[in-house]
Write a protein of this length. Structure first.
Length: 134
């Protein structure tokens, strides 16, 4: 994040996920799903106390996807909205623990020869972690 003053900031992020599995049914076909996310937006920092901060962020997100089963592949991308809130608890001056909760909006549908395929990209996000501020 890049702060513009004491409270407002610009943020950005990226994430990549890949998972292999079996399609349920009698054939037990192997499948693979890949997702990529790129986001950017604006945020606001609110000081809850000397050691706790609340970060509220909103912005745009690029949602890329690719799914494969046998020789069939469905891929595409969608622009969506990302909303998040983080609570940072500082242990030391620059080391913190973070609780994160958010929501992404951006489902898609793809028309194929066998019908319309719904791609679920929206949903809740949550996380915990440690961080360092410079």
């Amino acid at each position: 994040a890049v702060f513009m003053g004491d409270h407002f900031f610009i943020w950005g992020g990226a994430a990549f996920f890949s998972k292999k599995g079996l399609v349920l049914g009698e054939l037990n076909l192997e499948s693979k799903s890949e997702r990529s996310f790129f986001s950017i937006g604006l945020g606001y920092k609110y000081d809850l106390s000397m050691r706790q901060k609340l970060l509220i962020r909103g912005g745009g997100i690029y949602l890329g996807y690719k799914e494969r089963v046998l020789n069939s592949e469905i891929s595409g991308s969608k622009l969506g909205i990302k909303l998040e809130a983080d609570v940072l608890s500082y242990f030391y001056e620059s080391v913190f623990f973070v609780l994160k909760l958010g929501y992404v909006i951006g489902d898609d549908s793809v028309d194929t020869d066998s019908g319309t395929y719904q791609v679920k990209l929206s949903g809740m996000t949550a996380g915990i972690g440690f961080g360092f501020s410079f």
